[in-house]
Design a protein around this ligand. Structure first.
Ligand SMILES: C[S@@+](CC[C@H](N)C(=O)[O-])C[C@H]1O[C@@H](n2cnc3c(N)ncnc32)[C@H](O)[C@@H]1O
Length: 186
C-alpha cells in the first residue's frame, strides 16, 4: 500500500471514530495498533532529531521500547509510555537485556495522562488522527525547541522542518521532524 493509500485509510478511520464521538471518548483506549519501527529506520530517526547526551527522549506508544533503547544508548534519558502492559513488560525485558534498564522510565498508561514538560525529543509512530488529538497537548506542555519526530504520519496543521524519505522495499517510509515554537506557528 502506498503512503497516499495509507493516509486515506487513516482519514477514513479518523472520520469513523469522530462521527458522534467527542475527544474525551478517546481517553484510555488503544488508538494505534502495535507495529514496530523497522530497525533500519532508527538511525535516521536519531540523526534527524540529533539525539544525544542531555536529551530526555519520550516515545508516546513505545511498543517494545526499541526506539527509546537506541536513544539512551546515545546518551539520552528515556521515557517509554504504552497503554498495553504486555508491551511495557517486553520493553523492560529488552532494556534489561541491552543493559539500559536504569536509564529508562517505563509508564504503563494512556499517553494523554503523561506530562511532557521535561521532554527534549518526542517520538510518535501513531496515526494522523491520533497526532491531531495530541497536538493541543504538545502545544501546551512542551517547551520551545522540543524536537518532535513522527514516522509515516504527519501532525495536521503543523509544518515539518525536515522530511526524510527512505525506500524500504515495497514503499517509502517518511520521517518528519517538527520543532515546537516553529512548526506550530502560522
Ligand atoms: C505503531 S506502534 C509504535 C511502537 C513504537 N513506538 C515503535 O515505533 O516501535 C503504536 C503503539 O502505540 C501504543 N498506543 C496506542 N494507543 C495508545 C495510548 N492511548 N496510550 C499509550 N500508548 C498507546 C500501542 O500499544 C502501540 O504499542
Amino acid at each position: 500500500m502506498g503512503s497516499r493509500d495509507r493516509l486515506s485509510v487513516d482519514a477514513l478511520i479518523y472520520f469513523f471514530f469522530r462521527s458522534g464521538e467527542d475527544e474525551e471518548s478517546f481517553r484510555g483506549k488503544q488508538l494505534a495498533p502495535w507495529v514496530p519501527t523497522r530497525a533500519e529506520l532508527i538511525p535516521y530517526i536519531m540523526k534527524l532529531a540529533k539525539v544525544g547526551k542531555g536529551d530526555v527522549f519520550y516515545d508516546l506508544g513505545c511498543g517494545d521500547g526499541r526506539v527509546v533503547i537506541e536513544a539512551v544508548k546515545r546518551g539520552a534519558k528515556g521515557v517509554c509510555v504504552d497503554i498495553n502492559p504486555d508491551l511495557i513488560n517486553e520493553a523492560k525485558l529488552k532494556a534489561k537485556a541491552e543493559g539500559v534498564y536504569d536509564k529508562i522510565k517505563f509508564i504503563n498508561t494512556d499517553f494523554f495522562n503523561v506530562s511532557l514538560q521535561d521532554a527534549t525529543v518526542i517520538y510518535m509512530y501513531l496515526l494522523t488522527f491520533v497526532n491531531a488529538l495530541l497536538r493541543d497537548k504538545l502545544e501546551k506542555e512542551t517547551r520551545e525547541g522540543t524536537r518532535i519526530v513522527t514516522l509515516d504520519f504527519e501532525i495536521p496543521l503543523w509544518t515539518p522542518i525536515h522530511k526524510v524519505r527512505i525506500p524500504i522495499g515495497y514503499r517509502d517510509a517518511v520521517i518528519y521532524l517538527y520543532i515546537r515554537g516553529k512548526s506550530d506557528k502560522p
